[in-house]
Write a protein that binds this ligand. Structure first.
Ligand SMILES: Cc1cc2nc3c(=O)[nH]c(=O)nc-3n(C[C@H](O)[C@H](O)[C@H](O)COP(=O)(O)OP(=O)(O)OC[C@H]3O[C@@H](n4cnc5c(N)ncnc54)[C@H](O)[C@@H]3O)c2cc1C
Length: 494
């Protein structure tokens, strides 16, 4: 396998580990096979076998639907993942809960590394650790390829799931749930079904068809920033060159660099930088055209990372510079025949680490709605659209906002003071006050509640930070009582 997969085995997991994961998924599937002996004969087409499409297939297979998944890629369990999309991702509570509901969370610790907080790297090379949540709370760095392969394997082992690769969706009849696919042999063929789910990502072909219909709203927005993936390899003894259980951030105002740990001792790093500079002294991808320019930029901006990146220049010029898009659209359903899920419905910028988590939550909630509405798709789809669309919009805004937090504010002393006071408030009033980051990452409250809470807390802390000499008094009983007064006026039951 390692030969065929090339980069795959290096980046994702050691060969034995990967095989163990697949074996685990098979075992899971064997245990669950008896539930799915009888098909209920309703046929569902899922376009896209990425993270969300493959999880959705598992949920539907457990309900005994005949599920056909079509993906334009080759079977990544055999070929390894493509370069380009992020190599690892942060999986948090929402994603884990959905995986648990589908019965696969038990395997996650094999491909995930817990990250208990942010490790901030300052320009002078010093570092500071900011825990994410309460003691014991963590998000997990998981390999995209490893997780997708695990989900495909668990889906494939269900009797009523049929996976079809190298099948590119070209067109969809939204009213009849009929799709046409171009296969590897260049043959265009039609597939009919009772219902069709578009899980084909940010550039969804299914959504593309919806866009041509009247009364479909669509908006896309590209960030001025692009991103490029780079690597910090494992140290010579195979261990991690930086603290393993943290998400590393080098915040530099308008740009930043981050690193997430992999199970093989390496880190996958992402540089977020504007494509073009708007000021002379501001770095941009357009200025980084030579090995010297790249090395100089890293030496000034991320001095402690540079020595850990022996392949920096070759990686930099070999890996693509990718774009960051936000997509908002509505409705996510077309009658009771076609629906969008995951990035196809709501592509967001990656700064809250929630895109996949939100897509997994879509799957779990839709499954619960099918239970609630006794498998009446029309009712389940309508409620899915009503419930999830505002949450998709909310996480899109929160994600955009978190870019400002990660790149600018984590290095700002006022912001750090606010974080300390927030933590104090959380300790003093654990039921009345929950930081927004915790609501998004460690809870299942709707994203739209978290967005409202962000606005309320921003106003609260604007007022708190204006209190006289608060930087020296915030943890005194007098300071605490003034903060409590402001919290009460903001509506907190403290
Ligand atoms: C740099 C970066 C970092 C990220 N980090 C995080 C993170 O830390 N945490 C997190 O939760 N999320 C993160 N995300 C977001 C996450 O990657 C997406 O939300 C997630 O991949 C969405 O899954 P999906 O299955 O909806 O779409 P995709 O993963 O895009 O899968 C779509 C699938 O559809 C297939 N397809 C596309 N078009 C067609 C067609 N016409 N016919 C047939 N098949 C088709 C594709 O081959 C693919 O397999 C990040 C994203 C980026 C770009």
């Amino acid at each position: 396998m390692s030969k065929k997969c090339g980069k795959f085995s290096v980046h994702y997991a050691a060969k034995w580990e990967f095989i163990a994961i697949l074996a685990g998924a098979k075992l899971y599937a064997e245990n669950h096979h008896h539930h799915s002996c009888m098909s209920n004969h309703q046929k569902i087409t899922i376009v896209g076998g990425g993270l969300v499409g493959s999880l959705c297939a598992i949920f539907l297979a457990k309900r005994n639907y005949d599920v056909h998944v079509f993906d334009r890629r080759r079977d990544m369990r055999k070929t390894g993942a493509e370069r380009g999309r992020s190599i690892n991702l942060a999986l948090s509570h929402r994603g884990l809960r959905a995986l648990e509901a589908a019965g696969i969370a038990a395997h996650i610790d094999q491909i995930g590394i817990p990250m208990r907080g942010r490790m901030i790297h300052h320009r002078d090379g010093s570092t500071a650790f900011q825990p994410y949540g309460k003691e014991g709370e963590a998000i997990y760095s998981v390999s995209r390829g490893g997780l997708n392969a695990l989900l495909l394997e668990a889906a494939d082992a269900h009797a009523h799931v049929h996976l079809h690769f190298e099948e590119r969706c070209q067109d969809v009849n939204l009213a009849t749930a009929t799709a046409s696919f171009l296969n590897a042999g260049g043959v265009l063929h039609e597939v009919s079904a009772d219902c069709l789910i578009g899980a084909d990502g940010a550039y969804s072909a299914v959504r593309g068809v919806m866009q041509k219909r009247e009364r479909f709203n669509y908006e896309q927005y590209y960030l001025e920033h692009g991103y490029k993936e780079l690597t910090i390899p494992a140290a010579p003894d195979g261990t991690w060159a930086l603290e393993k259980n943290a998400l590393h951030i080098w915040p530099r105002g308008r740009y930043m660099f981050i690193a997430l740990p992999n199970t093989d001792g390496s880190f996958t790093c992402t540089l977020f930088l504007p494509f073009e500079s708007s000021r002379d002294d501001e770095p941009a991808f357009e200025d980084l055209q030579t090995n010297e320019a790249v090395t100089d930029f890293f030496r000034t901006s991320f001095p402690d990372a540079l020595p850990l990146m022996p392949e920096l220049c070759s990686d930099f010029f070999h890996n693509p510079t990718a774009t960051l898009v936000t997509v908002r659209c509505s409705p996510w359903i077309h009658h009771d025949k076609t629906m969008l899920i995951g990035d196809a419905a709501h592509a967001i910028v990656p700064f809250y680490g929630q895109g996949m988590n939100a897509g997994f939550e879509d799957c779990r909630i839709f499954d619960e709605l099918l239970t609630k509405h006794e498998n009446t798709w029309l009712d389940a789809m309508q409620e899915y659209n009503t419930l999830r669309k505002p949450n998709g919009d909310a996480i899109a805004r929160l994600a955009m906002q978190n870019f400002v937090e990660m790149s600018e504010r984590v290095a700002d002393p006022r912001f750090l003071l606010r974080k300390k006071i927030e933590q104090r408030c959380q300790t003093l009033y654990p039921s009345a006050f929950v930081p927004v980051y915790s609501m998004v990452t460690f809870s299942h409250l709707p994203y739209s509640d978290a967005l409202r809470e962000m606005e309320r807390q921003d106003a609260l802390f604007d007022a708190v930070l204006q209190l006289n000499a608060i930087e020296t008094r915030w943890d005194t009983s007098e300071g605490e009582s003034e903060i409590r007064g402001l919290m009460r006026s903001a509506g907190y039951a403290v």
